[in-house]
Write a protein that binds this ligand. Structure first.
Ligand code: COD
Ligand code: ZN
Ligand code: ZN
Length: 376
């Protein structure tokens, strides 16, 4: 029996307030309105950004359904939707691409004005949520909300992908993989023969390592305070790994020592801390080095630094979703994966059902997982 046009009751992981675990409850998911798409989620990865909400580092409105790195199948579409149809395999996009706003039109832009990052309104464009619990609204997250069996997104927040793509793997293209890989290729624009330093070797940092390798870097130095991350980083292309805790001097000085006093050509901060953002910037060559902030900064954080660090020629920039225009690029990245141009398997360390989501976050907290994928 078709569910189109009807309310769907399904299981979801709801967070009621910060620093509290997820509760698995039955929610109601309203049908998609005009230009909206209801998706049956098949797999969703657990990303550090979800944890930033739980810890309170990023502020949102509660109750909320988190999750933004998923793959699924379109269940039904609202009026006027043309880019996807029921049955299509899709990836929800936490960074939309409306195709009409100035960053969407500009060839170098990707931060579509329809995004809900930072602002965290937690509602659809008409100001309401499609989720309710016992009749009371539950907020959505990052235009996606994927820790639920069904979600509703705007048409600009969903991309159709190859029907044969394995959802439990390509879900990582919805955030972690594309963010790290694109930060190296599109944002840093890593060049062949260059030296790179990647600060933070989680799922996003390891994807940045893969991006540096694909771009032809000769030296890729992984930096992490958890040495257990080093073997995988080396498997994926890091030529050396260093633990800042093993040194008395600051890590930027260590990296200068390792590069004959030159500093690295490219550094990427993939942790989300202000101290490591500054350390990464000061680790790159003072004249032609480029440093990219990939990690999500804590809400309302600030950095104080000497302008002379930039005056000498360094470039300090940031990137969201690896600089990719999401709706155009995600299907292409999935095709590249299907053609084995890169691998996702080493990033997926754990797979479990939605019911075990709190265990999945525990693995992230204890540093035991790279990516834990929830399968539905
Ligand atoms: N020095 C060195 N390494 C450190 C330090 C430190 N002081 N502190 C932590 N680390 C290491 C950890 O040991 C860990 O290995 C790594 O840094 C961080 O990895 P994870 O697994 O916690 O995180 P990731 O890789 O899943 O994600 C990190 C980001 C910060 C990039 C994350 O927030 C993210 O996915 N951002 C995506 C960008 C974005 O735009 N998101 C918006 C979606 S809502
Ligand atoms: Zn993410
Ligand atoms: Zn746009």
């Amino acid at each position: 029996m078709s569910t189109a046009g009807k309310i769907i009751k399904c299981k979801a992981a709801v967070v009621w307030e910060p620093k509290k675990p997820f509760s698995i409850v039955e929610i109601e998911v309203a049908p998609p309105k005009a230009h909206e798409v209801r998706i049956k989620i098949l797999a969703s990865g657990i990303c550090r950004s979800d944890d930033h909400i739980l810890s309170g580092a990023i502020t949102v409105k509660f109750p909320i359904i988190l999750g933004h790195e998923a793959a699924g199948v379109v269940e039904s579409v609202g009026e006027g939707v043309t880019s996807v149809k029921p049955g299509d395999k899709v990836i929800p996009l936490f960074l939309p691409q409306c195709g009409k706003c100035s960053p969407c039109i500009h060839p170098k832009g990707n931060l579509c004005k329809m995004h809900d990052l930072g602002i965290a309104a937690g509602v659809m464009s008409d100001g309401t949520s499609r989720f309710t619990y016992k009749g009371n609204p539950v907020h959505n997250f990052a235009s996606t909300s994927t820790f639920t069996e069904y979600t509703v997104v705007h048409e600009s927040s969903v991309a159709k992908i190859d029907a044969a793509a394995p959802p439990e793997k390509v879900c990582l293209i919805g955030c972690g993989f594309s963010t790290g890989y694109g930060a190296a290729i599109n944002s840093a624009k890593v060049e062949p023969g260059s030296t790179c330093a990647i600060f933070g070797l989680g799922g996003v940092g390891l994807s940045a390592v893969m991006g540096c390798k694909a771009a032809g870097a000769s030296r890729i130095i992984g930096v992490d305070i958890n040495k257990d991350k080093f073997p995988k980083a080396k498997e994926l292309g890091a030529t050396e790994c260093v633990n800042p805790l093993d040194f008395k001097k600051p890590i930027n000085e260590v990296l200068f020592d390792m590069t004959d006093g030159e500093g690295v050509d490219y550094s990427l901060e993939v942790i989300g801390r202000t101290d490591t953002m500054t350390a990464a910037m000061t680790s790159c060559n003072m004249n032609y080095g480029t440093s990219v902030i990939v990690g999500v900064p804590p809400t309302a954080s600030e950095i104080t630094f000497s302008p002379s660090l930039i005056f000498t020629g360094r470039t300090w920039k940031g990137s969201i979703f690896g600089g990719w225009k999401s709706k155009d690029s995600v299907p292409r990245l999935v095709s590249d994966f299907m053609q084995k141009k890169f691998t996702l398997d080493p990033l997926i360390t754990h797979t479990m059902p939605l019911d075990k989501i709190n265990e999945g976050f525990e693995l992230l907290h204890t540093g035991k997982s790279i990516r834990c994928v929830l399968v539905f």
